[in-house]
Ligand binder design. Structure first.
Ligand code: 5AD
Length: 326
């Protein structure tokens, strides 16, 4: 196991077999996490990048089996922020010092590309990077958004296991999701993807494929985390035990993709006390504080207990582990 970790640290390449060996092993987790932490430090440094997350609509046309804001969930109050509200939240984030805002929503086609382009142009009057996380759209729409000034895009593949993908995403098409990711790359977006860990029927083999997919896509950002069951979804009875495995997927991804940006995701800190710190010490270098207004952020319940912590003490927390805010 130490040989595999060493090889990954030096060459940033592993075979699928080596990745599955690492994922299966239970004895060398500490070595794996420490190696990922060293590679993170060597390639992207000790600074933690903050991204201001704005969740602007929870109205969704999709029905992903794991997600609390899926269309079929009737026990949820739906909301949409207006262009003005979104711009105000973004401008406030810029005033607080954020250099990136992430505009995230459910798959809500109420927001046309032209409407979003207007919002983007407005926010771009500030010196700030814009990341979009709004789901699947056409090449033409992604192009309009890019030309309006969007810099980055997050679209998780969720799982590269095609059969599993099909089961969990009714009326969605794996090939279209791949098409989206290719289009985003082609258009010059810094492109992020990622996966869920702990899906029913997901194997170690398929997680290894996920990691190899990230590398093959040459993703610029990877976000991943454990599945947290939501009671209003078909996966309500699934065990939420994916934390350590997702930490390992994170660490291996860092070893193989030393330069990318990886958040300590909210799911990781929701499911495990200290989850955020553990992720930051196993390869992660980004944190995404939620700056959505209090009235709406609790309604963006993709999973229960979603943490929206008080972020005022972040700097102190980071200092304790030898890190600073970028
Ligand atoms: N538990 C954990 N993560 C989830 N996501 C959606 N539903 C859940 C859940 N129940 C993740 C998906 C999506 C991201 C925004 O949140 O991976 O891409």
């Amino acid at each position: 196991m130490n040989e595999i970790i060493k090889k990954a640290s030096l060459t940033h390449e592993l075979s699928k077999h080596e990745i599955t060996e690492l994922l299966k092993d239970q004895q060398y987790n500490k070595e794996l996490f420490e190696a990922a932490d060293r590679i993170r430090q060597k390639y992207v440094g000790d600074k933690i990048h903050l991204r201001a997350l704005i969740e602007f609509s929870n109205i969704c046309r999709q029905n992903c089996f794991y997600c609390g804001i899926r269309a079929a969930n009737k026990n949820i109050e739906r909301y949409r922020l207006s262009s003005e509200e979104i711009i105000l939240l973004a401008n406030n984030a810029v005033k607080s010092g954020y250099k990136t805002v992430v505009l995230q929503s459910a798959e809500d086609t109420y927001y046309t590309a032209d409407m979003l382009a207007g919002i983007i142009q407005n926010i771009k009057k500030n010196d700030v990077a814009i990341t979009l996380s709004i789901g699947e759209r056409s090449y033409e729409e992604y192009k309009i958004l890019k030309e309006a000034g969007a810099d980055r895009f997050l679209l998780r593949i969720e799982t590269t296991d095609k059969e599993l993908y099909k089961k969990l995403h009714p009326n969605m098409d794996f090939e279209n999701r791949i098409r989206c990711l290719r289009d985003l790359k082609k258009l010059g977006y810094e492109t992020g993807t990622g996966c869920l860990v702990g899906l029913p029927g997901q194997t170690i083999d398929s997680l290894a494929n996920d990691i190899l997919f990230f590398k093959k896509l040459d993703a610029d950002m990877i976000g991943l985390g454990p599945l947290i069951p939501h009671k209003e979804t078909p996966l309500k009875d699934i065990k939420a035990d994916g934390f350590w495995l997702s930490l390992k997927v994170l660490a291996i991804t860092r070893l193989l993709m030393p330069n990318i940006n990886m958040p300590a995701t909210t799911a990781m800190e929701t499911i495990q006390p200290q989850g955020r710190i553990l992720a930051l010490q196993a390869g992660a270098n980004v944190v995404m504080p939620n700056v959505t207004d209090e009235l709406h952020k609790n309604k963006y319940e993709i999973y229960p207990g979603k943490k929206s912590l008080n972020y005022t003490k972040l700097e102190e927390q980071f200092k304790k582990i030898g890190r600073t805010i970028a």
